[in-house]
Design a protein. Structure first.
Length: 323
């Protein structure tokens, strides 16, 4: 037999409206009462009817998460953390991958409007103006992009990059290249700005290479230009590009870090297990995923959550070569 709302209410000793609020508006229910109701519901095997709830409350219980490239190992931990946080708040998550394409990103937003209670845009490539227009149609939280009047979760990549560049200067590096990723990447622009400002403070010269695709192939494609500059260290837009630089260095017989130090950004799982292990900037992706869900469900005034980053020094960096 199907367990109903009334069955749970009868067994819990509360009114059916209290049971309904325990699932759809828990903040309106005494915490002890909610715990008792949920325990009884679980014991009886009750499952709320989301379709009926959506009709009565105009809430779907669904959230959308749209990422730039799900194949990039930076994104899955963030998605999983957001999904876990949403599940703990009795919501489900729809996921879309834009493959770094602006037209696909807008299409993904359009397809989810009406099916979700809000969207999380992670590293979006749409223009600021277009994102604000879409925010008029559906609640939005933006991750890795700062937009006025919209809730945002930022990972302060500049904090980690400044420490990395300072460390490279201490190791004797006086010329550094930065390999650029997508021009629309807010994180990429913040990282380059931080690298160049810190380099100037230490008397280090910087060069820009790119932009290139934020993939391993994109990093490999940038290697010859990096080598031609004669720099002793290179900062990649992300770990994937850094892995491409390491691969190209092996193929050309360029020793890392004896001839060229290589730094990534993200601290993905792959970065820890490549050879040499990659020096990088650790990004708090799980915390960002959880914070984005909390901001979206809170629905408060636009708020900016800023999370710190830190350098992780491994074997791909070392002292600048002499001579």
């Amino acid at each position: 037999m199907v367990v109903t709302l009334k069955d749970v209410a009868r067994a819990s000793g509360v009114h059916t409206s209290t049971v309904s609020r325990a699932f759809s508006a828990s903040h309106l229910v005494n915490p002890e009462t909610r715990i008792r109701v949920l325990a009884v519901a679980n014991e009886l095997g009750y499952r709320p009817n989301r379709a009926a709830r959506a009709l009565s409350t105009r809430r779907t219980g669904n959230l959308g998460v749209i990422v730039a490239d799900i194949a990039n190992p930076f994104f899955p931990p963030l998605i999983k953390a957001a999904q876990d946080q949403a599940r703990a708040r009795d919501h489900h998550v729809f996921i879309a991958d834009t493959d770094e394409r602006i037209d696909v990103e807008e299409e993904a937003v359009r397809s989810m409007v009406g099916q979700v209670d809000g969207l999380i845009l992670v590293s979006p490539r749409l223009s600021d103006r277009r994102i604000r227009e879409l925010a008029d149609e559906v609640p939005l939280v933006v991750v890795n992009r700062r937009l006025r009047r919209l809730p945002c979760v930022l990972m302060d990549v500049g904090e980690g990059i400044r420490l990395v560049v300072g460390r490279l200067a201490d190791l004797g590096h006086r010329e550094i290249a930065t390999v650029l990723g997508p021009p629309a990447s807010w994180t990429g622009r913040a990282a380059v700005r931080a690298a160049e400002e810190t380099a100037r403070e230490h008397g280090v010269r910087t060069y820009r290479v790119g932009p290139h695709q934020p993939t391993e192939e994109g990093g490999a494609a940038a290697f010859d230009a990096v080598l031609d500059l004669g720099v002793t260290a290179v900062l990649a837009h992300n770990d994937l590009m850094a892995l491409g630089l390491l691969r190209a260095a092996r193929e050309r017989g360029v020793a890392v870090p004896e001839r060229l130090s290589v730094v990534g950004t993200d601290d993905t799982l792959t970065a820890r297990h490549t050879r040499p292990a990659l020096t990088t900037v650790a990004m708090p992706v799980e915390a960002a995923g959880r914070a984005a869900v909390d901001l979206l469900l809170r629905g408060a005034d636009p708020e900016v959550v800023t999370l710190g980053t830190r350098p992780v020094e491994r074997d791909s960096t070392g002292p600048a070569p002499r001579g």
